[in-house]
Design a protein around this ligand. Structure first.
Ligand code: BT5
Length: 251
């Protein structure tokens, strides 16, 4: 992991100060949560070269081999009195997609709510977990897995996943990708917290591959028409009824 040892957060970026680098851990989200519970400040980042228990949503596993990808978790504390955790997660997906566009030959897209894909294959996933003090969130842990250097994806996900190395034909370098991710997360989520979801909503809609396409999510099937001001995916079913879907997974 020599490529990551010398990493320094870009000038002016509030994320990655401090940045704790681990050769091996269970899950960076668990590490970041423990640090946040012990008082770690906004922008603290835990980065691992490999995870033994990397996880996605609903207890699913996140493939986390050593030396290939980025596995990181950001402690986000700013603006949580104004912005709800699900909107922060939507904004983070947008930021990651925008950052990764700097490394792909054609643009990436967001699959609602926050997968980042390239030509229908998953390039990055996000696991946002809020820590509450009473009813108020005191921090959101933004856990991010980005496939960077793998030339071949593990067999179990070979059909659905891809990496920057595969889509560009060469390795862009983990440090360069990390730098861009932290800068874009800082800028986009900073804007979201300062000016509200309306300030980034159109950018997200333009990047969301599901808008205008048929989707099935939970009990609802129809055409996704937009993302409403609360972050819900609006779906028009075959009877013309519009549903605002707040959570779930598009099949
Ligand atoms: C996610 O879950 O997409 C969120 C993944 C977040 C991972 C990061 S790594 C750093 C931090 N620490 C953690 O422990 N987690 C976060 P979900 O939408 O549930 O997607 C999981 C599904 O994606 C799996 O069931 C597989 O089908 C697929 N998958 C697993 N590993 C993958 C990979 N490396 N690349 C692409 N797809 C993968």
């Amino acid at each position: 992991m020599d490529d990551l040892l010398a990493f320094v957060s870009p000038p002016g970026c509030r994320l990655g100060r401090p940045l704790i680098l681990k050769a091996l851990t269970g899950s960076t989200n668990d590490d970041a949560r423990a640090l946040a519970n012990a008082g770690a400040g906004h922008g603290t980042v835990v980065l691992a070269d490999a995870q033994t228990a990397g996880r996605g949503r609903l207890g699913r596993a996140w493939s986390s081999p050593a030396g290939e990808n980025l596995y990181l978790s950001v402690v986000w504390r700013s603006g949580l009195d104004a912005i709800e955790p699900p909107l922060l997660a939507l904004g983070a997906g947008l930021a990651v997609s925008e950052a990764l566009d700097g490394f792909t030959p054609t643009p990436t897209a967001v699959k609602w709510p926050n997968d980042v894909r390239h030509r229908g294959r998953k390039l990055a996933g996000l696991l946002a977990e809020a820590i509450y003090r009473g009813t108020q969130p005191s921090a959101v842990i933004l856990g991010l897995g980005v496939n960077v250097r793998g030339a071949v994806m593990p067999e179990a996900i070979a059909e659905i996943a891809t990496s920057l190395r595969i889509v560009r034909g060469d390795d862009p370098g983990r440090a360069a990708v990390l730098s861009s991710l932290l800068e874009r997360l800082d800028a986009t989520l900073g804007r979201l917290c300062a000016d509200g979801f309306g300030a980034i909503r159109q950018r997200l809609i333009e990047r969301c591959e599901n808008i205008g396409a048929r989707v099935s999510i939970g009990e609802v099937s129809g055409v996704a028409i937009d993302i409403d001001p609360t972050g819900a995916l609006r779906v028009r079913d075959d009877q013309g009824v519009v549903h605002a879907v707040r959570a779930g997974e598009i099949r």
